[in-house]
Write a protein that binds this ligand. Sequence first.
Ligand code: G16
Length: 543
Amino acid sequence: MTVITVPSPPYAGQKPGTSGLRKKVKVFAQPNYAENFVQAVFDVVKPQPGATLVIGGDGRYHNRTVIQAAIRIAAANGYGQVLVGRGGILSTPAASHVIRKYGASGGLILSASHNPGGPDEDFGIKYNTANGGPAPEAVTEAVYLRTQTIDRWLTVESADVDLDACGSTRCGDMTVSVIDPVADYADLMETLFDFGTIRSAVKGGFRMAFDAMHAVTGPYAHEILEKRLGFPAGTVRNGVPLEDFGGHHPDPNMVHAHELFETMFGPDAPDFGAASDGDGDRNLIVGRGRFVTPSDSLAMLAANAHLAPGYRGGLKGIARSMPTSAAADRVAASLGIPCFETPTGWKFFGNLLDAGMATICGEESAGTGSDHVREKDGLWAVLLWLNILAVRKISVDDLAREHWDTYGRNYYARHDYEALPTDKADALMAELKAALPNLPGKAFGHLTVAEADSFSYLDPVDGSTSANQGLRVLFEGGSRIVFRLSGTGTEGATLRVYLERYEMASGNLEQETPHALADLIVAAEAIAGIERHTGRTAPDVVT
Ligand code: G16
């Protein structure tokens, strides 16, 4: 095998964000851009000769081009085997599972998640380590530093691999195996959940609608929901992955999955509605006439997880990201298990899961998962919900009400201000950060600030610290506002404002969320001066 060295100057700005490097396709398509980044990853992780690498993506535009390049670069860097999903497809949780199952040294996941796809839209590359989880900050930081000094990438001369047929071929001295992207993952789900009871519910007339949003979960949902669980054909909507996701944002929320919402709030709504995102790690849960916030979903799943075979032994702990509501904390307290609060980003759960300190994790950004893989997992959450509903023979709405009657209700919303000029967003955050020490004791309407800080996380497993992970304003009585800049956008800056108010079980549990949060919305403007800094009078997306 002749290794070819391609000279290449560094590109500025190849800094991975919350979840890998995400940029416009036009940026990634520049000569050497993707190649530099992949080579920088390999320079940092230094694969053992003969190591196995997993490659897959969400099927978006540019996937196939980068996969072919990455295979050749992997061969030139001494990998012994690449496992790649047929069609270049592997959902993020399936990739995590494949890495773990086959003892791979890591994997490249090509996705920009819920961001839109197509020639003018977004692309992304993320590296996952041998535990199947996103590379920790120490690795992503080292990769970034390497991209800034890189001067070459390595490749071999080899024809493109036929990605559409399962089987093995050679690339240089390396074996390339094209694998079924669905089978291993579907088998894993069958070990965790009571498929028999769900099948009986389906036979008894239980109906659901699943919107795959023309993204990666289509083939997984067809196999699991329609073939293995017996839901009728047509249960899975938009089930064929498209390079541009049909021109939509594959983001399962009220805005982008509005058709599902219309179904679930319409006259002939089925029992259960769900959707997943571009790469299959996020989930949306909506019952007949009842939307379940991701924070509530985490808490409700944790409270009922023992009903699924995979969690019959109970949970070791729960972990949530800081901006996620504290609903799960109350479940953890009642179960007598710890609840960990991490920064935003699934990578922060990896150590807790590996150390056996947490079993279930979740984020307000529609991510829920467990120790079965090291990524959040959209279909896993859907199946756990199905398992619980089938065993308990209860509607989503009744389960939600019962939960709030037991634990109280954390009214919650996230307001996103998208595509802001970066300097304006930075100025808002800097001004707010400087003002934090003066906030305690100040009143905003009925709300009085108890504490205000910039969230910093001390990892209890490896002792590492991650600072500047969001600005928190905590009010007396348990309400709070969190301000954070997104780390996944590709255009300007996105300001996220997370609003939460706790109502005890004896309180008013029947309010509309915007009404329950009205005081906090006014306070957020007064505290941060969103309009003054950005000119925006309303958020672009409310979830
Ligand atoms: C990624 C991360 C999540 C994070 C989310 C939002 O999700 O994996 O852990 O919560 O981004 O991050 P931000 O608020 O910085 O935009 P995904 O689904 O985009 O990979």
